[in-house]
Design a binder for this molecule. Structure first.
Ligand SMILES: *Cc1c(COP(=O)(O)O)cnc(C)c1O
Length: 428
């Protein structure tokens, strides 16, 4: 028998998997939305991660220091504000596999994409194309189109969108590599999501970066859905630059500050054009109020403004939590959870018009399964998942539901709930 009836008998199995998993859930450290006297099963952490319970007190410390010290908090706060962003440097570097001086936490993601493209999109008439995924997140698409237009090129001609093979829903890294080898001559910049927001596919950062370089292009990466989700080795992979937000898998709160990476090989390159502000200059002489920037050979030189401390505090807390568990253990659990959810969804799909469009190989995906639902509007479906079953998932109209079993707080039992709920709303 397939469908929810078999799933009903599986609850004890899910609970057992939770009890016996080598990495205990940290669910109790997060606020879960309430549902029907209990809590929701939260599968939307790839859109907005949950709030760590420790955050309120942490923000309170910054507010207290501001109340107590006023401007002197820049030097005397328990975490002095002037060098505050330094606290994020090492944990952020560990998170993305970078050297500490290759990373900085600043701005928001799309702003960082633009600031980095100021330096790393230097088009010429012969080489001005930008390669993105056809399923790129709209902000990335708008950003690259506006960059091409800013430099005087026609975005429709300059921006090349890579589509999957006919009949497939996800790109393949080897196809991206082959395409760059064949048609890379006019390409100035490759900007791809390491994990695609829509299909959940994980691309081979090292292979594609190498292919971009072989074609004479720069390799930039959007890590919005990769940071805190999969293990990254940006430095060793040879990526030129990258940016990521910290409100998805990183749980640092709506619109929280983003990260940026610039590979070591570019850090001392004084010929790169950059937009500058007082936080671009060497902190040793910042308050000499000189009219010109004294460059620093680190990612900090892409900073413009003094950082918003109340927005950095949640990022620090988040990075601490990731350091406590460690990404290798977290990723291993994510692989187990995602495979379990997949096995249950396969049963749901077997007798209904739904299919998983995320790649089946664990090494080709992160903590996400995207399900294509034929013949239903996914908007009302996800509303019913939420209201009737307390399962929060994300609808991508017209026909895709995304489920992200974020391993810090999602459990095997949540996966069981989600699969059963999906079967129930499809059958209703
Ligand atoms: C979430 C996301 C964004 C969001 O951009 P913001 O500048 O943080 O608003 C951009 N790009 C991708 C790929 C994303 O997944």
């Amino acid at each position: 028998m397939t469908g929810p009836l078999t799933l009903v008998g599986r609850e004890s199995q899910a609970l057992e998997l939770d009890t016996n998993d080598p990495l205990p859930t940290r669910r109790d450290e997060f606020h879960l939305p309430p549902h029907a006297g209990g809590t929701a099963a939260y599968f939307a952490g790839n859109s907005l991660g949950l709030q760590p319970k420790a955050l309120r007190a942490r923000l309170g410390e910054e507010l207290d220091d501001w109340a107590r010290l006023g401007v002197e908090g820049h030097l005397e706060a328990r975490r002095p504000w002037l060098p505050y962003h330094e606290l994020a440097r090492e944990p952020a570097a560990r998170l993305v596999g970078a050297l500490p001086r290759e990373v900085v936490v600043m701005n928001s993601l799309t702003v960082n994409l633009h600031l980095l493209m100021v330096s790393f999109y230097r088009p010429t008439p012969d080489r001005h194309r930008i390669v993105i995924e056809d399923s790129a997140f709209p902000s990335d698409s708008y950003a690259v189109r506006s960059q091409a237009a800013f430099h005087g090129y026609d975005p429709d001609e300059a921006v090349v969108r890579l589509a999957p093979r006919p009949g497939e829903a996800a790109l393949r890294s080897e196809d991206v590599v082959a395409c760059l080898a064949e048609q890379g001559a006019g390409v100035a910049l490759v900007l791809l999501g390491a994990v695609n927001y829509y299909s959940g596919e994980l691309l081979d950062v090292a292979a594609i970066s190498a292919a971009a370089h072989a074609a004479g292009a720069v390799a930039g990466w959007d890590l919005a859905h990769a940071a805190g989700n999969v293990e990254l080795r940006l430095h060793d992979a040879g990526a030129d630059w990258a940016a990521w937000c910290s409100y998805k898998y990183l749980n640092a709160g709506p619109g929280s500050l983003a990260g940026a990476f610039v590979h070591e090989r570019h850090l001392a390159d004084r010929s790169l054009p950059k937009l500058a502000g007082w936080w671009s200059t060497d902190p040793a002489s910042r308050f000499q109020m000189a009219p010109t920037v004294t460059p620093v050979d680190s990612a900090d030189s892409w900073q413009l403004s003094n950082p918003p401390i109340l927005a950095l505090a949640p990022v620090l807390l988040s990075l601490e939590m990731f350091d406590q568990t460690g990404l290798p253990a977290l990723r291993a659990k994510s692989v187990r959870l995602t495979a379990y959810l997949e096995s249950l969804l396969d049963e749901v799909c077997a007798s209904r018009s739904v299919e998983i469009i995320t790649p089946r190989e664990p090494e080709r995906r992160g903590a996400q399964l995207s399900v294509r639902v034929h013949g239903h509007d996914v908007g009302p479906l996800t509303e019913r998942l939420r209201h009737d079953h307390g399962v929060l998932a994300d609808a991508r109209r017209p026909d895709v539901i995304r489920l992200a079993p974020a391993p810090l707080y999602c459990t095997f039992h949540d996966c069981w709930r989600a699969a059963g709920a999906l079967a129930a709303v499809l059958d209703a």
